[in-house]
Design a protein around this ligand. Structure first.
Ligand code: FE2
Ligand code: FE2
Length: 302
């Protein structure tokens, strides 16, 4: 067996993924949490796209609206600023008004393995500006998750068959809690899809790899949201809940956000992954803005 190869660990400042014209680069961004997360995407996206010569951007937006789901207005904004496909997860139903928008927007996905009758769709095919078609699939796990959904493994078989009629490039967002279920999904898709990445835990894992049959894999992309927090929520509230078991309200934390995700390079013809690279970026503009605010108020105080 050939050993999985070429795992690029970014040094500070990032390592360039090359694109020689026969491969394409896809940026995948982990669960965006609240306004700090949204601002980080907005401020960092253009630079990331340029740095990694990104052809397509996939963003998990399930916590973008105050930590709970996403609104149609926020989803539209993500699409306007250059995100191509939006995925979600267990929080997709948190904003009731989203149901109508899910029916009409083909590039906003809910997990594909929700039972028949759920609004919206769980997969799509998006063309890049240069005309390369990419299939994107959103799945949700069943282990330690709150919904009774269809089997994500069996559901993937049917969807792969459909997408393969148009393209061999397929990326799967496996939104799940249990690492075992995500790893299993990676191996299940190996050689049939280009990438399986996990979302939902908000903690980036360091296990990015190319599986033996050419599928890029990582257990979790991590979160795009407030750094000084417990998975994006105010740490004081979460600690109080752990200490007292009282049903306390969670609030999105304030402060500087970090963007977490991956860049994958895929062979355009075969759909096999060539590279996978983890990325973590601080929203430095937030610090600059805060600095400006502080100096303003300092002046006012004088
Ligand atoms: Fe989730
Ligand atoms: Fe999440």
């Amino acid at each position: 067996m050939n050993r999985p190869h070429l795992i690029k660990i970014p040094e500070r400042g990032g390592t360039r993924v090359t694109n020689d014209g026969e491969s394409m680069n896809i940026l995948c961004i982990g669960d965006v949490v609240g306004k700090p997360g949204r601002d980080a995407v907005e401020r960092l996206l253009d630079d990331l796209k340029e740095e990694f010569r990104v052809d397509l951007v996939i963003v998990n937006v399930e916590n973008a609206a105050g930590g709970s789901g996403v609104t149609s207005k926020i989803a539209k904004h993500f699409l306007e600023i250059g995100c191509d496909v939006l995925t979600s997860g267990d929080h997709v139903w948190d904003q009731k008004e989203l149901e109508e928008y899910l029916k009409e927007e083909p590039f906003l996905l809910r997990p594909a393995n929700f039972p028949e009758g759920a609004p919206g769709r769980g997969w799509c095919i998006k063309s890049t500006p240069s005309g390369i078609k990419v299939g994107v699939v959103n799945m949700i796990g069943r282990v330690f998750m709150r919904y009774n959904v269809d089997c994500p493994f069996r559901a993937l078989d049917t969807i792969i068959e459909e997408i393969k009629k148009e393209t061999s490039i397929i990326v799967v967002d496996m939104h799940a809690e249990a690492t075992s279920e995500k790893v299993a999904m990676g191996h299940y898709g190996d050689g049939r899809v280009s990438c399986v990445f996990g979302t939902h835990t908000h903690i980036q894992t360091a296990d990015e790899k190319i599986l033996p049959n050419g599928t890029a894999y990582i257990t979790d992309l991590g979160m795009t949201g407030p750094y000084d927090s417990v998975i994006g929520q105010k740490k004081e509230n979460i600690l109080r809940r752990f200490l007292t078991s009282l049903p306390l309200r969670f609030n999105v934390a304030d402060g500087e956000a970090t963007l977490h995700g991956i860049v994958i390079e895929i062979d355009e013809k075969t759909g096999k992954a060539l590279h996978i690279m983890r990325i973590q970026r601080e929203d430095k503009a937030f610090q600059e803005q805060s600095g400006k605010k502080e100096s303003c108020s300092a002046m006012q105080n004088e």
